[in-house]
Design a protein around this ligand. Structure first.
Ligand code: FNR
Length: 380
């Protein structure tokens, strides 16, 4: 099958991935209502068809946190994305770099920040969770600086992992907390071919950023166990002040869905926020991110940058999000489906598809540049 869009990449990924891995990426929490609404609500937003406005050149470039982006897209942090292809995060970061957009590495990646950095030239974005082990947290911030990172996403919508039924059924996690999972069991959930492909033969190929904390000989069971113990549910805005003080680069608060929290992020001195419900993986029943966006944009009044994720699958969605006040969008599953289906080429193709669709959507709604995408282009 030749993939025409991101949904086709989803189907290719489903064919290729071990079942538990596909379910981990594709799934959401509880009955997955928010997961579904993220995409469904985007599709209800109508765009005005405008004609005869000279759209012979379409400019999709933008500037964000001092960086020039060829497209208003950031590859968002996805935990253990590196299990989807050998050295997966390195491949995705390289694809992003070639297409002129940023890649944000997750705290819980399979490849370490040093490894990804050594294989790319562009500044890497980094995502951090509030980790109970503050020694690790502070060292991680130093490692990010050392790796040349200037933009930090701090994720606030995961004080505890949510209930994800698909992961419980597949055996990946138990209840609302990660269960100790043995490397042997994880391997047994993959075909030998897949385990060989991604480099998990005998021992996991890498435990990313936390490898040194776990020590020599640690496997994926120790990795899960460390993660489950280290989400810090006691964090408050006050705690975040310490991060703001320590981090001299741009700070983006990821996981804002409420205008009051958006104002807190602004008060904290964040440089940006991400309107996000973690791709429908945390509070089921929470607003879709596109519905949460307009009141947040109203509240912050352009004082800090607004990104949006959760549900972006097409270039039309990018136009919709920008028309409602986003400066750019973050994609999660879209790039991971590409990676799982066709490794680095798959990520490149997904970015090409989204870029082409964005240009078409802009042309047909009469916008030659991203600045022209305003609420004016929406069907009221
Ligand atoms: C995520 N997301 C996420 N976010 C984060 O801050 N740190 C992480 O480690 C992860 N891990 C993760 C794993 C998987 C499998 C998914 C699907 C998502 C959330 C991610 O950054 C982003 O918010 C959503 O994926 C956006 O929704 P879409 O684009 O997937 O619909």
């Amino acid at each position: 099958m030749i993939a025409a869009n991101v949904e086709d990449y989803r189907l290719l990924a489903k064919r290729r991935l071990p079942k538990f891995l596909f379910e981990y990426i594709d799934g959401g929490s509880f009955s997955e209502t928010t997961l579904r609404n993220n995409c469904a609500d985007l599709q209800t937003i109508g765009l005005r068809q405008r004609v005869l406005r000279d759209i012979s050149t379409i400019n999709t470039e933008t500037e964000l946190f001092g960086q020039n982006l060829k497209l208003p897209i950031i590859l968002g942090p996805v935990g253990i994305a590196g299990l989807n292809a050998r050295r997966g995060e390195v491949l995705a970061a390289q694809a992003a770099q070639e297409k002129g957009v940023p890649f944000c590495l997750s705290t819980v990646s399979a490849c370490s920040i040093e490894e990804v950095r050594s294989q790319t030239q562009d500044p890497l974005w980094f995502q951090l969770y509030m980790i109970k082990d503050r020694g690790f947290l502070n060292a991680m911030l130093d490692r990010a600086v050392e790796a040349g990172t200037k933009t930090l996403m701090f994720t606030v919508d995961m004080p505890v992992p949510s209930s994800r039924y698909r992961d419980i059924r597949s055996g990946l996690s138990g209840g609302s907390m990660f269960r100790r999972q043995s490397a042997r069991m994880l391997q047994s959930m993959m075909s030998p071919r897949w385990a060989w492909d991604v480099g998990i033969c005998g021992r996991p190929h890498s435990l990313g950023n936390v490898a040194h904390v776990l020590g020599k000989g640690a496997g994926i069971d120790e990795f899960w166990s460390w993660m489950s113990k280290n989400f810090d549910a006691s964090v408050t805005w006050k705690t975040l002040e310490q991060i703001r003080d320590k981090w001299k680069g741009d700070l983006i608060i990821k996981g804002i869905l409420d205008p009051e929290d958006a104002l807190e992020a602004k008060k904290l001195g964040a440089d940006g926020l991400i309107v996000s419900n973690h791709g429908g993986r945390q509070l089921d029943g929470a607003l879709s991110s596109i519905r949460a966006l307009p009141p947040i944009a109203d509240a912050v009044q352009g004082d800090i940058k607004i990104l949006l994720d959760s549900g972006i699958r097409t270039g039309l969605d990018i136009v919709r999000a920008m028309a409602l006040g986003a400066d750019a969008v973050v994609i999660g599953r879209a790039w991971v489906y590409g990676l799982a289906a066709q490794k680095k080429q798959g990520v490149s193709n997904v970015l090409d598809i989204l870029g082409n669709e964005l240009r078409v959507a802009m042309a047909l709604s009469g916008c030659a540049s991203l600045k022209e995408i305003t609420s004016d282009i929406l069907v009221k």
